[in-house]
Design a protein around this ligand. Structure first.
Ligand SMILES: [Ca+2]
Ligand SMILES: [Ca+2]
Ligand SMILES: [Ca+2]
Ligand SMILES: [Ca+2]
Length: 328
């Protein structure tokens, strides 16, 4: 290969890698940058009674390790339970877990009954039957699961897409704890869910981003239902506060990742992301959802690849200069 051809080849490689690097670094260009207003996704600031960007209802707060399950990021995780404080109800005495108190915030879960106020569904902007999901295989009870009470939280955030971007990705870590399980006639009982949709602040309406979830209106995605198969510790019914009967930790569940597609580059969109947990068929036997490390990022953006490409570009440039100087 002649010196001239080698120079051309290096020049071609340099410019090709330059394009790759610039594509990956488009996020750094402030005029075309992806931006998101999402906040406190690591729950290091408290969220009890709706603070630090989260709108909560029922028993929702932050906590360090629960039943041996530590946050995946920092010192705290979000905890959402269906646990009512024992004996604290006006009128009928309440005793969700054999007198043990699994409530963490001091706020009791709220009504989730389609035949009553459906306060939990209303909090998210869902229709009343959003939690009327199918019973699991083998259940002989007629109809759908009957949601009774629960707790939840949501955050409204805006996403502005960069040039050429038509999608973004939202991810989070989750764990599920329960003193409930499966009944012979009703099948799997309590469940934890998440939701994502476009939020219209003018009409205060929520349009789900999910489809084909098999749930009424596709308003929620079920993360997990109570079942005796999720049992790490194998203990007998709980006799200590915060020691749940069934556990499925962050290691079991991993990170949930969802990609929103079909968007217009440069546009700003308002989203609502929600999380919650629901008692089914009865008010007793608490179930709990733990959440940590929620992030919203441009789809397919790889900082490592971008920096690698820049490194190669600089390396090629040095090689090109050295080659050029030694041959001329
Ligand atoms: Ca955290
Ligand atoms: Ca346990
Ligand atoms: Ca309950
Ligand atoms: Ca329950």
């Amino acid at each position: 290969m002649s010196a001239l051809n080698s120079t051309k080849s290096l020049s071609f490689i340099t410019s090709t890698i330059g394009i790759v690097a610039l594509t990956n670094l488009a996020i750094i260009d402030s005029a075309n940058a992806f931006s998101v207003t999402f906040d406190n996704g690591g729950f290091e600031s408290n969220i009890v009674n709706s603070q630090n960007s989260w709108n909560t209802i029922g028993d929702v707060t932050v906590s360090p390790a629960i039943d041996g399950i530590s946050p995946t990021n920092g010192f705290n995780q979000a905890i959402i339970t269906t646990g009512h404080i024992p004996g604290s109800a006006s009128g009928t005495p309440r005793n969700d877990d054999n007198g043990l108190d699994f409530n963490k915030s001091g706020n009791n879960p709220v009504n989730a009954d389609v035949n009553s106020s459906a306060a939990l569904q209303n909090h998210f902007g869902f229709s009343p039957n959003a939690f009327s999901i199918s019973r699991s295989t083998g259940a002989t009870f007629p109809g759908v699961r009957t949601s009774k009470e629960g707790s939840g939280m949501f955050q409204d955030f805006s996403v502005t897409l960069g040039a050429g971007e038509t999608s973004f990705e939202i991810s989070f870590d989750w764990a599920f704890l329960s003193n409930d399980g499966t009944t012979g006639s009703g099948g799997e009982q309590d469940f934890a869910f998440w939701s994502l949709g476009l939020y219209d602040s003018v009409s205060d309406t929520f349009t789900t981003d999910f489809s084909a979830t098999g749930n009424p209106g596709d308003e929620i995605m079920v993360l997990q239902s109570s079942s005796s198969t999720s049992d790490i510790e194998g203990e007998t019914p709980p006799n200590t506060v915060d020691d749940y009967l069934y556990e499925s930790d962050y290691t079991v569940n991993g990170t949930e990742t969802y990609t929103v597609t079909g968007l217009i580059p440069g546009q700003t969109y308002d989203y609502r992301v929600g999380f919650g947990v629901v008692d089914v068929d009865g008010l007793e036997r608490t179930s709990t959802l733990l959440i940590d490390d929620i992030e919203a990022v441009p789809f397919d953006f790889s900082p490592t690849l971008g920096l690698f490409a820049v490194g190669v570009l600089i390396g090629c440039d040095r090689l090109y200069r050295r080659f050029f100087s030694t041959n001329n």
